[in-house]
Structure formats: structure tokens, C-alpha cells
Ligand binder design. Sequence first.
Ligand SMILES: [Zn+2]
Length: 438
Amino acid sequence: MALNVKQVAVLFFCLTLPGYALAQGKYDLLLRGGHLIDPKNRINAVRDLAILDGKIAAVAASIDAAEAFKVVDASGLYVAPGLIDIHVHVYTGTGERGSYAGDNSVYPDGFTFRVGVTTVADAGCAGWRNFEDFKQRVIDRSATRVLAFLNIVGHGMRGGKFEQDLADMEAKPTAEMARRHSGLVVGVKTAHYAGPEWKPVEQAVEAGNLANIPVMVDFGSNLPQRPISELLTKKLRPGDIYTHVHSGNRNEQDPSGKVSLALWEGRKRGVFFDVGHGGGSFVWRVAAPAVKEGFLPDSISTDLHIGSMNAGMKDMLNVMDKFLAMGLSLEDVILRSTWNPAREIKHEELGHLSIGALADVAVLRLEKGSYGFVDMHGARLRGTQKLTCELTLRDGKVVYDLNGLTRLDWEKLPKDYGATGDPRWDRISIGRTGQGRR
Ligand SMILES: [Zn+2]
């Protein structure tokens, strides 16, 4: 009996399947010998980490290299959950000048994987009127996982004319848009308000109630009509987020140099405190005494935008370095850059390396030397440690590899070699566009 082409193909596939399965290994990728820091699971020790189908498949003192399709030596390096930066500005590409829904924002992929960041949350560049434009323009086209706080201003951060317009601050349509994109919209933002009214905060909180999401506050101008104590002890709810905590611009520090009582009381009530470094929100003379006093931020974030990216703030690792320089342990710093921010934005599937979790991983090197760290006013603090990112995985795939840790020496490859990766673990030499990778 003659077999048709399809039958031959099936037969061939079945005959070769056992050998193929053997070559595949039990895991797609194995990171061996790295020092794993996973604060959620209280792991701070040398561990092997195995990945299968984009998820964490095993964490153990030793995993057999023969069980993995691809093995990477991570010895001497730190293996952490992919970093989460919950304060960035990435709604760019509209062509609007002087606007965070335009030229003041940056495309996320140029600033994330190279420093171990796998998830960002845009902090209110778009409001309900332009969120879907932001989504199709940037969010859907980025390789980085981009989430967003919706601005309580319907037009978002398009400048003073829009951001000071009380009439465009409406809880209902904001909450409707948030619910339509539930999971993607992680909160409501109020920012830059210069007037004495509480309306921006109150509408943001109402939208937060309607959509069951937190509010992030940039408290704008410091006015006696709306003091920070009232914001933190009355207006905000437990789970809401106060950003720019070390700016000193709004009485975060009292005149004696101590952390304002309002911040301690806010923390007691469950309000979270976020760094949001930016171009104008991080001062050593505020941050250093606060850390000394024991008031640590819940989350470390960059407030990345064109005005901050080349100033005192460099990138996520640089902001983390600043907290190392102030004496926090690496574990404390990683907690505030992974699991804590994941909880703040209610994405508890992120920020840890539990079995079954998405395999977003940052492999970091802690370099020792002489370094300087600069605040918003250009003042320097010296430090002896600096993090660099060696390798970043998103969903189990290599998306950044500084020194070719996952790569083979070219001289050992076939003479006519082409792309060297494999789709089981690699997203760099296999497809470069990033389309639809969310
Ligand atoms: Zn910001």
C-alpha cells in the first residue's frame, strides 16, 4: 500500500519524535550557579533556575544540566525577578511638542531590557480621551510589558492648559476606560495641579473606587489649602501611592530635617510611598536623612522622560544604586524594584520567581569601585557599588544579553553560520520587531 505525502510526514514525525524529545530536554533554559534574590519567596542564596514554556519550572540548589535544552552559567551574578518600574512616561510618537503625550515621553524598549526592567507603568501620560491612541501607538507595539495609570485629566499630560482644567477631571469616564482595559490600566494618576482645590485628588480617588484600582499622586504645587497631612491621613485610601517621596517639595520633610509626621501616619494607614526620581524629585538632603531615620520607600522608580533620562537620574539600576549607596542591602533594593511595586499595581503574578510564574528575569552584576550618584540639583553622593545588567529574560526568552552570556564563540560555529539563537530561549536573533509581544 502506498502512503500519501501526509501519511509519510506523520510517520516520519512519529519515528523521529523520541530522539527529538531527548534533544529538547526537560527545560528550555537553565541559569546555573547564580545568586538568586527573590524577596517574595524569601530566597537569598545560590540557586539554579530552570524555565519551561516561558514560566519558572524549577528552583533548586542543583539542577542537572543534561535536563536543559540551553544552559547558561550565571555564577558570580545575581538572579532577580524582572524589574518593575511603576513610574515612567512612554506615550511618545504623537508629534506634540512640550507634552508627555508626545515629545517629553520616550519609547520604552530603549530604556528597559538593558537595565533588567521587564515591566513599566506609564504614570498618567494619557487620560480617558487618548488612552486608546497611546495603546495602539506604544503599548501594543512594545516588547516591554507596558501598563498604565490613567490621568484623571481626560486629555492626560498635555501641558498646563489641559492639566489645570478642572472641568476635564471626571471620575466616571476615567473609571469606564480603566474597566474596559482592566489589567492594562493599573491605576489613576493625578499630577502637576497648581490650584488650591482638592478636586483632582477627589475625582482620582472616586475613579479608583469605581474601577477598584489605586491612585498615584504627584501632589503638584505645595499649597496651604491642601496640606500633605490631609492628603495622607484623610484623602488617600490604603493602597494608594504617593510618588516623588524624596522631592522635599511638599513638606515631605519637616523643618527640623525629620520625615514629616504625615508620611509616617500615611504609612500606618497603608498608603504606599514611591520614589519617582525624575528630573526634579530626588534630593540627597531629603532622601539620605529619611533612609537614616528608617523611612524607606515602598517602591523604587525612575520617572523616566526626556528631562530626566540624562540628568541626575540615569536609569532604573542607577536609582537602585542610590539606595545601595545609602546603605540598603541588595535584597532590600530588589524587593522595592520587584515584588513591592507588583503588589502596588495589583499584578501579583509579577515580581517573583515562584514555580509557575512568568519567567521575567534580570541577571545582574554588582560591580565594586568608586562611583558617584547625582541628585536633581546636581549634588553627588559617593558609593562603592554599582549594578549592571548582564541578561534580561521576558517570558523565558532572552531579550538582552550584554556580554553574550548565552552565545557561542563565532570561531566554533559553522563557517557559514546564520542566526544562532533558538526560539525556545531566544528573542534577539529570532525575530526583531516586537510586534504583538505583550
Ligand atoms: Zn512622572
